[in-house]
Design a protein around this ligand. Sequence first.
Ligand code: DLL
Length: 426
Amino acid sequence: MFQPHLEALPLPELRALQLARLQAMVARQWEHVPAYRAKFEAAGLRPDDLKSLDDLARFPFTYKADLRDNYPLGLTAVPRSDLRRIHASSGTTGRATIVAYDDNDLNVFAEVVARSLYAGGARPGMTFHNAYGYGLFTGGLGTHAGAERLGLCTVPVSGGGTERQVQLILDLQPEVIACTPSYALVLADEFGRRGVGPEDISLQYAVLGAEPWAEKTRAEVQVRLGVRATNIYGLSEMIGPGVSNEDAAEQRGSYLWEDHFYPEIVNPDTGEVLPDGEYGVLVLSSISRTALPILRYWTGDITRLLPATNSTGRTMRRMDLIRGRSDDLIILRGVNVYPTQLEAVLLGMGQVSPHYHITLTRTGTRDDLRLQLETSDQGAALRDEVARLIKAQVGLTVECVLCPPGTLPRSEGGKLKRVTDLRGER
Ligand code: DLL
């Protein structure tokens, strides 16, 4: 539900609430989490050094490595018997990181997801097809609880089984779907194969996230499924999905639920806090969590904060679409490029499908990027045109390989791995 007393809180009140919650959180960490106390002591800081929001910049970041070093539950701030749920992050390398929730945290989780779905167009009484994976991944169960909080009739279909998903959508006629953007396109393909056009698909709103995507993908999903698509962002370390969501009518940046997650944008090299509007790494603090309070979490996600001026009356800041992760930034022969930039070129060409895969190789000292993409036109002219446009728009020389439709890896509902890096250690 849109809650003006929270989402449209006058800014001075919002800032005061954030400071009070941050101070209480740092005090809890000092008291109950030895690893945080050690970090603060090493920086010569005590909880009462946090007197203003500006003081936060003096406090240390938390990295994924901190969660790994304290695996599985070393950063929790409440007794084990208070925990009610465990999830794990879906990292592709190393040991999974475990995150934990108590009753308060599950309540916050349901609330921020309910707010997100509402912003994305869902209204009580609608039917909701939830195709995020259920299990240790936060996507399925987290979205589920928020949908029930909002009053949606929730179909917990989870990921995979595309034919069955399409059949269920045709049978149950949901108005709202949540899944990854790449999976929305897989579903669109299956509708297309069955000859079902957008006007015959009941869906009106798609709440898409868990992986980076570009505006062109939004346009494609909207046309092919006949929906308004919004961006939902989140990460296990903060809570899961529902840290922010776009407004369906506005579609310009995801509202960060700032009463629960305090955002900063920092310079990826120096850690210095940057002004709103500048791109950098998103750093978040989970200021109302009790079981797992995380201070200044280095998300690795590159975005910028947009000013509060907007068309919805909310006072909270928005974040732009994620440009990429600071760690999947491809640096090839000195050129920095995110996979989404290549995706934007492909989708801009119209005749190329959005299924692509990037492989990075090294021969001697030379790095190369091979871009495989699906198209029914297997002609050299198209291949050369893709390479030319990428050179012109992104500044990279790439080897383009055209593949027949349906041959590249598809999302099974989870995150799609777009890049294979075969260059080995640097
Ligand atoms: O992906 C939580 C989630 C579930 C978000 C469902 C949205 C929908 P993790 O598995 O911990 O949590 O992965 C978090 O995924 O740091 C980003 O790099 C990426 N990510 C999540 N949402 C978006 C998005 C979930 N909307 C990591 N755009 C984050 C771009 C996203 N990247």
